[in-house]
Structures are given as structure tokens and as C-alpha cells.
Design a binder for this molecule. Sequence first.
Ligand SMILES: Cc1ncc(COP(=O)(O)O)c(C=O)c1O
Length: 405
Amino acid sequence: MTLSTLARSIAESPTLRLNEEARLLRERGEAVIHLGIGEPKNRAPLTALLSAAAKLNTGEIKYSPTDGIPSLKKAIIRYTEENYDKVIAPENVIVSAGAKQSIFNILYAILNPQDEVLILAPFWVSYPEMVKMCYGVPVIVTPEDGTFQPRFEDIERKLTSATKAIIVNSPNNPSGVIFSDEFLSQLIDLCERRGIYVIMDDIYHKLVFDGKHPTPGYRFTTKDVESTKIIVVNGVAKLYGMTGFRIGWAVANRQLTQVMTNVQSQITTCTSPFLQVAAEGALTGLQSIVENLRLAIQNNRDVIMQEFKSFPGVKCVKPEGTFYCLPDFRAYQKDSVALSNFLLKKAFVVTVPGKEFGMEGHLRLSYAGSIKDVTEGIARIKWALDPQSPNEIYIGDKKMVRDWL
Ligand SMILES: Cc1ncc(COP(=O)(O)O)c(C=O)c1O
């Protein structure tokens, strides 16, 4: 085989694969419900669309500075001040093609071969693969108590002299859990003392429920942005429903930002300036759009939790943020890949196997869609798995009879 061994070892993104499967089934006319989707359904903010359209109308769509156009960086600096209470300079910010590229840039810029990166299970599917792509070693830390709250002592146990960084994602994809202040404070204190980078993936930080908020990592350090090991990642994808615009950013010390900029300049040159002005439009426009989305998602979270109450055997930790939950289906099937395939085949419901997130026996369900999708999706899953549920159901206009329980 003439292909790179490393490249061949990188797994396909399971969520993107499922999107494709769902699309093909829909094309065949099947009434698919997509509870695997990682994006809100709302339209992009008008201010984003108008800014992008105005830029396109100029006809002047050229390369931008690699680290981002100055006006977007200014908006990110203001965002950081308002939401993180941190004053930063333009030299601390690099704009990339989504938070995904920001995280890749960071890993590429900090890792030497065989450096270890701690990843807290359940984790976003891309972290381990990105670490491997940078010749690092992903070290998974799994909480033992089933709460999805990482424990400091589990992390201490996994530390070695090769530990270079830890990735923190709170509120967490896929569990929806917000990490406790006590945990973050202990973790950041340890990392600052030992010189370990804390990569804080804050992409869902405003999609939080019941008045709870994740505390910004900076709150737990006395160091300034030039000397702290904390790196913050954020973007417009999830908060503004702008997943397709592909704009994210990282905030880090100047030296690291410069190295990431050099790396990015050799890979993508820059992100498109008309997408950058769209992100600027979102950040500087009316912020009620984020609050409206948050309220709609919180309502969906309440509906899905209510549905689980009448689903015997399924246990679900109540999400405090994001638009995901990670119920435990082991009472029905321990193999989450088999279960997810079964639900797609029998009930035309897309779910993501927990195995992909380091939590076998669970399924990740997204409630970013409509209430109708959420309730109907759960009803179909119940029908497929729970012998107590009625054995007939309508899927689209087809009457389906369960003949396997
Ligand atoms: C935890 C987490 N980080 C980062 C991303 C990627 O964000 P972006 O679309 O800005 O690349 C996602 C997308 O699903 C995510 O769930």
C-alpha cells in the first residue's frame, strides 16, 4: 500500500458519515429523523447575512491576513472581554476555518512526536484523531462513576512526563454536562504549575440551561494571557447556527499564536473574508438570537428528559448545556454501534453510537431539531426496543408492525 500509514489510521468522522447515510435514505424517500445532527436549525443571523452579502457585492474577495481580518479580530477581542473578562491584543487571536481547525492548529503547534494529550471521556470524536494526526498520543481518562463529571484524581493518575496538554470541553459534547468549578480550579492549578496546556473548547459555552454557566478557565489562574497555559477555542457555528460558515478562533499567547499563524499560512492561507465579515456581523449584531436559540433548546431538553421518564431501563444524565444527551441503553443492547444501526434500519432514526465518544452502551441523541422530531424520534426508538410499547407505528405514511420482540 502506497498510502501513509498514519493517514490510513485516521477514522472517518462518524457524525459526518451518519449525515451522509441520512441524506441517502431521505433521497430514497424514507421518513428519516435525524437525532445525530450537531447543528441548530435556525437561520444565520440577518446581520451576518447582510454583512456577507455586502462584502460579496463589492466583488473584492481577496486573500485576507492569515490570522483574520482586523475588524473580526476586534469583535473577538470585545467578545473575550465581555464573556471572559479578559483583555487581549490582536496578536493573541487567530481566526481559522471553524473551531475544528483552531484545535488542530493548537495541537500541531504544541506537540512533539509521542507527546501525550489527556482527553476526558466522553469526548468529541475528533480530539483523539487530531492528536494522532499531529504524531501525539491521545490518553483517554474515563470517569468511573457514570456521572460524566471528570474526576481530578483520575487525571492525576494518567499524568506522565510526556503529558503536554489536556482538552476540556464544558458544556460537553456529547454528555451536556458542565464541569464543576472545583474540578476546573484543581485542574488549572495543576496545569499551570506543571506547564501543561489546557485547551478549553468553549464552542457551546452560551448554550446552557437552568441559569447555570460554565466558569471561564481564566477565572482559575492569576497568570495573564502571555504566561498562562490556558488556550481558549470558540466560534460562531453552534451559538449562531452558522456551522456552514466555518469560522472559529483561538486565543493564546503571542508566541503560540504566531506559530499557529505560520502553520495556517502554509495550509489554508486564510479563511474567506466574506465568511469572516459574516462572523463579525453575528458577533456585533443583536445577541437575542443566541438567547432565543438557548431557550428553544432548553425546552427541547425538557421534552426529551420527559420522554425518557416513560422509557423503562434507559438512564439519562440531565444535560446542563449543548444540544446533546448521552442516555445509557445497556438495558437493551450493550453494543452501541449495533444498536445505532438497528435503530436506523428499523425505525429510520439516526443516533450516534456512544462508542465513538468513548462511552460504549450509550447513544448520543441531539435535540437541536424540532420538538416534533425529538418526540417522534423517541417514540420510534421506544417502539423498536420496548416490548411494553404498542407494536404498531406510522413511519411517514407507512404503518409498521414490530415483529422482533
Ligand atoms: C466540542 C466541539 N468542538 C468543536 C466543534 C467544531 O466546531 P466548528 O464547526 O466551529 O469547527 C464541534 C462540532 O461539532 C464540537 O462539538
